[in-house]
Design a protein around this ligand. Structure first.
Ligand code: CP
Length: 332
């Protein structure tokens, strides 16, 4: 939406995220955030985890603050977890129903944002199908307002990246000796892009991106990763396997994209295909899952699956991020 090179936009977004004191003000991308900041956020998130069956962690650190969830694309996990995270930190949370909002009557995104600012909203959580929207909003809000990217086109989903890093760290500890395999529609996946950025910053040993050629990323967008089109080659010895769905809503021309049966036969994560991975491999999926297409049900629900743990971690990570930008506001 802004006529500049993609690299320039990404570099600008990375710089936009920190205030003059180096504190996190917006979260737009994991690219450009350093290892110590990512590690601190993961450490903070650990404090918001409690045992299954016990009461969830709560604090009043955001009491008096107001958070607005603006989801211009569908969501179950991200929207619900930002809602819970804000409430568990004591904030007022507004879930704007975009289908009945005035954007449907032609109001511009910035007029919607200015309207919410006038109601003293402090944090806006934004999901949008167009690249550049969260950064565009961040450049135009009042100095005290924070923008959190909740999923942007095929470019970035930073809180998903953080919850994926946390889940891997819980099971595997250090990243240096790990082989991580991400399988599926890498080209159109904001989840894959944020995982690549975060894993690279935390020093992952080996990152393999496995997909049919038509769904492979441009190599310059994933420096340091190997691009592989053979599933067995990609899964061989992998410690972590992350399956992704085909993002049909982002693919204009389906030529070259395998049909369901062909896709599952060649790229589906099944018990049989996983025999080549490390015995203690963990299986991840960001959701929503298409069982029988990118992942076999018995794998999704099996003992190596950490899919529900990813969801639990999503609330904790979003609490950590909200608390951090709240501290930045309070320090102004
Ligand atoms: N992983 C993820 O972003 O899921 P939702 O689309 O349900 O938020």
């Amino acid at each position: 939406m802004i006529a500049r090179s993609e690299k320039q936009d990404l570099d600008d977004e990375a710089a936009l995220q920190l205030d003059a004191k180096g504190n996190l003000r917006h979260l737009l991308t994991l690219k450009g955030l350093d290892q110590s900041l990512l590690t601190e956020i993961l450490d903070d998130a650990e404090h918001y985890l409690t045992e299954p069956g016990s009461l969830p962690a709560r604090s009043q650190s955001l009491a008096g603050r107001t958070i607005a969830n603006l989801f211009f694309e569908p969501s179950t996990r991200t929207r619900a977890s930002f809602d819970l995270a804000g409430k568990r930190l004591g904030a007022d949370v507004l879930n704007l129903d975009v289908n009945t909002s005035s954007r449907k009557k032609g109001e511009s995104i910035l007029d919607t944002i200015y309207t919410l600012e006038a109601m003293q909203v402090d944090v806006m959580v934004v999901r949008d199908a167009s690249a550049g929207v969260p950064a565009y909003i961040a450049r135009n809000v009042l100095d005290h307002v924070s923008i959190l990217n909740a999923g942007e086109a095929d470019t970035s989903h930073p809180t998903q990246g953080l919850l994926d890093l946390l889940t891997i760290r819980q099971h595997k500890g250090d990243f240096e000796n790990l082989t991580v395999a991400i399988v599926g529609d890498i080209r159109h996946s904001r989840v894959a892009m944020s995982a690549c950025h975060g894993l690279a910053t935390l020093g992952v040993g080996e990152l393999r991106l496995i997909s049919p050629p038509a769904l492979a990323p441009d190599s310059e967008s994933v420096p340091g990763a190997s691009i592989v089109d053979n599933l067995d080659e990609g899964l061989d010895g992998a410690d972590v396997v992350m399956a992704l769905r085909i993002q049909r809503e982002r693919i204009g021309n389906l030529d070259g994209i395998p049909g369901i049966d062909e896709y599952f036969a060649n790229y589906g994560i099944s018990q049989e295909r996983l025999k080549i991975a490390a015995p203690d491999v963990i299986i991840m999926h960001p959701g929503p899952m298409n069982r029988g297409i990118e992942i076999e049900s018995v794998v999704a629900d099996g003992s190596n699956s950490v899919v529900t743990q990813q969801v639990t971690n999503g609330v904790a990570v979003r609490m950590a991020v909200l608390d951090r930008v709240g501290q930045t506001m309070a320090s102004r």
